[in-house]
Design a protein around this ligand. Structure first.
Ligand code: PFF
Length: 443
């Protein structure tokens, strides 16, 4: 870990550019892509949702990530302190909202990660269950989800206690490509299944009417923020560990495309498999479980090889979940370090324990899990709106920060992108906030 003395801030820094990218990709790619994306697609609008999700990832996701990066790199602080230094006034509240959001997301994220671990272990011990719907029910009820949630939180706390570089950089290096390779392989395999056509058309052929549905747009926006780890200062915090002269715009673009690639490919597995194996009724009984019902079904279908692939899949997904969970806990921990001037270990343990306790609620109730999920989705949208307004209207000379280290195309588009950040993004995100607020609070 390097230290640098500029501004007399002593801050750990990423060892390498690759380390930063991996950590940011690791934060973005996780259960949001594999579990949440198919679940949200199944629940809201199929292909129309997918289409809007792609558009919003590109048009809102990339600029917003660049905004978060530039605030983090300039201030070298976690969200609350960053907003205080650059914005003053009530702006630190935005950072505070981010910390609260991180805490709440991790409380149920860890529960789902616990299910993933359980599936992996089950695959090793007994093979995958032949009745995936019933098995999903078993995994998500009783004491088991609590035990797995606690185990997963302890792992996350341990990694975050160790610190940014040692804890986070290395783990992603090997396992992210492994996860992606398995998912691509599964998508190719799914394409060979008889009867998958209905799944593809649900996933890929949008109905025009749905495209104009404001709820679908809001849900797609919420999913884009969630999946890209935006709206709560996670990317901001990572960028605070960055030395100068990285091409922030290129990194944001790379991360957004990788993240989108994984989610989209996951859908290319889940929907054809659901259709081909006739799992529709089990999935619609529990859309939250789309991934967990579709995939073990596929692994059983594949025979012995399926068991090996399935174990590898759940193992790699566990790592994807860990790297995202680490970034969630990192936001809370870094804020405690910066705000209370305490060291990393007690900060991570304190924050993690609190989250572990809050998580007992979603661990025991799928309904509670759903409610926290939609409320935090709304928080992310609110955070995203505030962040956009902040960078567009309050931060001093954001363009200078954004182009520092960028070159060619990535530098050239920044001034135009800033106009977009100032004038176009706030109304669109406000629309998402409005509609996803209706969703979050009406249910
Ligand atoms: N982006 C992560 C995922 O898709 O699994 C979840 C997440 C991580 C959301 C970090 C927000 C965040 F700040």
């Amino acid at each position: 870990v390097q230290k640098h003395g500029e501004d007399s801030i002593q801050r750990e820094l990423f060892g390498t550019r690759l380390g930063f990218i991996l950590a940011a990709v690791g934060s973005a790619v996780g259960l949001g892509n594999m579990w949440r994306f198919p679940y949200r697609v199944a629940e809201g609008g199929g292909a129309a949702f997918v289409t809007l999700y792609i558009i919003l990832t590109l048009c809102l996701g990339i600029p917003l990530m660049l905004c978060e990066f530039s605030v983090g790199r300039r201030t070298r602080l976690s969200p609350i302190g960053a907003m205080r230094r650059e914005g003053g006034g009530a702006w630190p509240l935005v950072g505070f909202l981010g910390v609260l959001t991180g805490l709440l997301i991790l409380s149920y994220y860890s529960v789902i990660a616990g299910w993933v671990v359980r599936y992996g272990i089950e695959g090793i011990l007994h093979g995958f269950a032949a009745d995936p719907g019933a098995y999903f029910e078993q995994v998500t009820t009783g004491v088991a989800p609590i035990v797995y949630h606690i185990a997963f939180m302890v792992l996350t706390i341990t990694i975050v206690s160790v610190g940014v570089e040692k804890g986070i950089e290395k783990a992603s290096l090997i396992l992210m490509p492994v996860l992606f390779t398995i998912v691509i392989g599964l998508a190719v395999w799914a394409a060979t299944l008889v009867g998958s056509g209905e799944g593809y058309s649900f996933y890929l052929a949008p109905s025009f009417e749905e495209l104009l549905n404001p709820t679908t747009l809001a849900e797609a926006g919420g999913q884009a923020f969630f999946s890209l780890s935006l709206g709560m200062g996670a990317m901001l915090t990572f960028a605070s560990y960055l030395s100068r002269h990285e091409n922030l715009n290129r990194e944001a673009t790379t991360i957004a495309f990788s993240d989108f690639g994984v989610a989209f490919t996951a859908g290319l597995v889940v929907f054809p498999v659901i259709a081909a194996l006739g799992l529709q009724s089990q999935v619609s009984a529990s859309t939250v479980g789309a991934l967990f019902i579709a995939l073990p079904g596929a692994f059983v279908e594949m025979g012995t090889m399926g068991r090996v692939v399935g174990i590898a899949f759940f193992f790699a997904l566990t790592v994807g979940a860990v790297t995202s969970a680490v970034s969630l806990l990192e936001v809370v921990t870094a804020s405690m370090i910066d705000e209370f001037k305490i060291t990393r270990r007690p900060a991570a343990i304190g924050a993690g324990t609190l989250i572990l306790l809050v998580g007992l609620l979603p661990a025991t109730s799928l309904d509670a899990l759903g409610v926290i999920d939609s409320i935090t989705e709304w928080f992310l949208a609110v955070g995203a709106l505030c962040m956009t307004i902040f960078v567009g209207w309050r931060m001093k000379d954001p363009v200078a920060e954004m182009v520092d280290g960028a070159s060619g195309f990535f530098a050239a588009v920044v001034p135009t992108m800033m106009l977009f950040v100032k004038f176009v993004m706030p109304p669109i995100i406000a629309f998402v906030v409005f509609w996803s607020g209706r969703n979050a609070f009406n249910t």
